[in-house]
Design a protein around this ligand. Structure first.
Ligand code: 3SK
Length: 513
């Protein structure tokens, strides 16, 4: 029962006016129009966005789809929709037309806001859609759409809709590493829960910080890093709408001087390589970096820290838990592990019989904590399988060391047996990327002529490397992780198949292996 209005927009947006932070810059764009938006500007624009939704006939609990790049309109539309009591649904900006059509159909969004750069991909997805009543384009007018400027013009500022912390606030579509995207439904209180736990107690975020997240805001990891975390303390965020290439990211770190940087392992590996090749020490003001999306290989963490002089806090989260619940801590980092439970969360490792496994044994990771989602939209079976009472199943296999740290072993469905023993593809991949010639690696099972499964590796070499190096890789892996685990085949590829959030899609490699 809530006696006060627990709409999250009050805490994250309007509170800053009462606390005298109205003039402080909340968001600054590093590319595109290079605009800046203060907390006062955000409060005003979100109230008008809520008014514009009401004027367009969008009612409470109706979904508002957002296919918006990392630009100022993203937070305005997200918090504006929350203020209206509508449900914002941020959607990945890198999807194919057919998937947009599926998500728009599945969510039954009644309004869509999109960045103009996405128009060509989205337009065919709108044909035949029976739910959308308006499409708002941020940029130049397109047929059948309203412009964002027109949508906002003259809209009355709306009051913040009454909501309980337990009430549904927003959805995120999760595709995981396989399968069709599922709508993950989150409540108002979940946003603050991730700030009170990971952001406050692990990152120690404060008003003095400026955050830059290479992970985009449509992704739960980016939504926290670049939006709710800094906004929970009145800090600032730098937004990059374009691709976070190593050059673009290094440019933002140099020019905008963020103190917290949030990346993914592939990007750290590519940035390290670029920086080492250039032979220069990077320019930055970072006090801390974070990594998620995939486990960070030990070598990458160690080399990054040596070159950049800033630690990477590697953690594990999920769209279902909204953000990171298992993590290393600043000044207490063991690279190659995912650390320990974030304060406020509990984790367990269970075997196939559902019983807890002993230290040193591999089990599935279960988590319990305040930011767990309500469930999936319209997927009763999947909801029941994932949200088991207070515990949420992650589908990740882990081992706990005697020292109590968690070590990633792979996705439950990526593990396979070699000579009767479970093999973690991740362990072999870590060994491969420890070789100076290897940029990235993925390991999957492949059948021998006798029908037995053995590890096969797909690797991306660092630019300019002689392919003959593969000859030494098998021995290199044997020496590092054990005789039976080495890849019997090594295929050199240009790139590895990945989800938009940087997770390797091993199932795709299994299909071609
Ligand atoms: O993949 C992760 O580790 C992650 C972290 C934070 C939020 C969401 C996700 C999927």
């Amino acid at each position: 029962d809530c006696t006060t209005n627990e709409n999250a927009a009050l805490f994250f947006v309007d509170r800053h006016l009462a606390e005298g932070r109205g003039d402080k810059i909340a968001f600054r764009e590093a590319d595109g129009a290079r605009r800046a938006l203060s907390y006062a500007g955000l409060a005003e624009q979100t109230a008008r966005f809520a008014g514009a939704l009401a004027r367009a006939g969008v009612r409470r609990e109706e979904r508002v789809a957002l296919v918006i790049r990392d630009q100022i309109e993203f937070p305005v539309a997200f918090w504006g929709a929350l203020k209206a009591g509508a449900i914002p649904v941020p959607i990945n900006t890198l999807l194919a037309t057919e998937i947009y059509a599926n998500i728009l159909e599945d969510s039954r969004a009644s309004l869509l806001v999109l960045s103009e750069e996405l128009w060509d991909t989205l337009r065919p997805a709108l044909e035949g859609n029976r739910h959308l009543r308006a499409v708002v384009v941020i940029g130049a007018r397109r047929d059948g759409c309203e412009t964002y400027t027109g949508f906002m013009a003259g809209a009355p500022a709306a009051a913040v809709a009454e909501a309980c912390g337990d009430e549904l606030a927003f959805w995120l579509y999760s595709s995981g590493s396989t399968g069709t995207p599922k709508g993950v439904r989150h409540v108002h209180s979940a946003l603050k829960a991730t700030c009170d736990t990971f952001a406050a107690q692990v990152l120690g975020i404060s008003e003095a910080d400026t955050v830059f997240s290479a992970a985009k805001m449509f992704f739960a990891y980016g939504l926290g890093n670049a939006m709710s975390f800094p906004m929970s303390v009145g800090a600032g965020t730098v937004l990059l709408a374009g691709r976070p290439t190593p050059e673009a990211v290094a440019g933002v770190l140099k020019d905008h001087r963020p103190t917290l940087f949030c990346g993914v392992p592939t990007l750290y590996a590519a940035m390290l390589h670029a920086q080492e090749a250039a032979g220069r020490r990077p320019e930055h003001c970072l006090r801390l970096c974070t990594s998620a999306g995939e486990a960070l290989p030990r070598e990458i963490g160690e080399r990054w820290q040596a070159l950049w002089g800033a630690e990477i806090v590697d953690g594990v989260g999920s769209t279902e838990m909204l953000h990171i619940f298992l993590s290393n801590r600043p000044s207490d980092i063991v690279y190659g592990t995912s650390g320990v439970a974030v304060p406020g969360y509990e984790v367990r490792l269970v075997g196939e019989d559902g019983q807890d496994v002993a230290d040193g044994e591999v089990g599935e990771l279960l988590v319990r904590g305040p930011s767990s989602a309500e469930g999936y939209w319209n997927r009763r079976d999947k909801s029941r399988a994932t949200f088991a009472g207070h515990w949420t199943r992650t589908g990740d296999k882990y081992e706990r060391t005697e020292g109590g740290r968690y070590v990633y072993c792979g996705r439950a469905d990526d593990m396979f047996k070699v000579s009767g023993i479970w093999l973690s593809p991740f362990e072999v991949e870590q060994a491969l990327v420890a070789h100076p010639a290897v940029l990235e690696a993925a390991v999957v099972p492949r059948k021998t002529a006798d029908g037995l499964e053995k590890p096969a590796a797909f690797i991306v070499l660092k630019p300019g490397t002689d392919p003959a190096v593969v000859e030494e890789l098998k021995e290199f892996v044997k020496a590092r992780v054990g005789m039976w685990k080495y890849p019997r085949w090594i295929d050199i590829v240009e790139e590895l198949p990945k989800t938009a959030t940087g997770k390797i899609q091993r199932f795709r490699l299994r299909m071609v292996s």
